[in-house]
Design a protein around this ligand. Structure first.
Ligand code: CP
Ligand code: NVA
Length: 307
């Protein structure tokens, strides 16, 4: 059966580790693997803006010997005249995989249910699983391991990154803490899934409204924009509710002395993170951005092997 990555726990703990191991090998030998030789085409569809995702998929597909077809939904029939499943039925006749950045998770579910080629979530309102593969790769590079580490996400708990941190890091056997204001809690079903996964991997989930409690002693500190794409109208209320959740130098100092700071980018310096932190010595954001390339190449190769 065709495998997809629609949310982080579509990969089991063993499968996630396999993809990360493959990403390490692909990073060491960037042009060594050509599973898309032909060239086979991969469709990469964007309903929302992107820099990193667009570039890393385009470059990664080319590295793998394939041809990226970048599609803006605004200039296609998808989203207006045509359903995700009809779009998928057409694309699968011509492309080897479909990568889609969209709004509702339900659209991705419909796309995947309707096609025989792998579908990859390149960010939805609810999850950003490609980013988490890159983040886990980055944490592994800097910390030498994943299981048993504590990661603290501070900010909008209902954000796609918070949800993906919950699922992906518990899958990796990590302890996940989310520090968020009461107005923006993580979705209860995602928390329940993360707790279930953690029970099997030795990880854990801690939810708190106290940012200091979230960060204290953590090995990894992470945040994300307070105003995700599609939420621009809520900016004023969000900035007010999240003001005390900024990753300041003082908050970062609560983490372990050798903690690393991650941010998926783009960042709003002075809002969710102080410039001194994101541009400081503990920040590994540029490695994190580069690792989108290696992690997604590994993911594509892994999914295509099983298609
Ligand atoms: N982190 C991330 O997904 O960045 P883009 O929005 O630039 O793709
Ligand atoms: N939470 C952000 C992530 C951007 C990569 C958003 O959805 O806009």
């Amino acid at each position: 059966m065709t495998r997809h990555l629609l949310k982080d726990d579509d990969l089991s703990p063993a499968e996630q580790a396999e993809v990360l191991d493959l990403a390490v090998r692909m990073k060491q030998d960037r042009w060594g693997a050509k599973p898309l030789a032909g060239p086979q085409t991969v469709a990469v569809i964007f309903d929302k803006s992107s820099t990193r995702t667009r570039v890393s998929f385009a470059v990664g597909i080319a590295d793998l010997g394939g041809s990226p077809l970048i599609i803006s939904t605004a200039n296609s029939q998808l989203g207006g005249k045509e359903t995700p499943s009809d779009t998928a039925r057409v694309l699968e006749r011509m492309v080897s995989a479909i990568v889609w950045r969209t709004y509702a998770q339900a659209g991705l579910d419909e796309m995947a249910a309707g096609t025989t080629v792998p579908v990859i979530n390149a960010l939805s309102d609810d999850f950003h699983p490609c980013q988490l593969l890159a983040d886990l790769l980055t944490i592994r590079e800097h910390k030498g391991r994943l299981p048993g580490l504590t990661v603290a996400f501070v900010g909008d708990g209902a954000d796609n990154m918070a949800h993906s941190y919950l699922l992906a890091c518990t899958t990796a056997g990590m302890h996940v803490r989310i520090g968020f204001p009461e107005q923006y809690p993580p979705h209860a079903d995602v928390v329940a899934d993360a707790e279930r996964i953690a029970a099997g991997t030795g990880g854990s989930v801690t939810l708190t409204h106290d940012p200091t409690e979230a960060v204290r002693g953590a090995d990894v500190v992470v945040t994300d924009t307070w105003v995700s794409m599609g939420r621009e109208d809520e900016k004023e209320a969000r900035v007010a509710a999240l003001a005390t959740y900024k990753v300041s130098e003082a908050l970062m100092a609560e983490a372990a002395p050798d903690a690393v700071f991650l941010h998926c980018l783009p960042a709003d310096r002075g809002y969710e993170v102080a410039p001194e932190v994101i541009d400081g010595p503990q920040s590994v954001i540029w490695d994190e951005a580069e690792n989108r390339l290696h992690a997604q190449k590994a993911l594509l190769a892994w999914l295509l092997e099983r298609a």
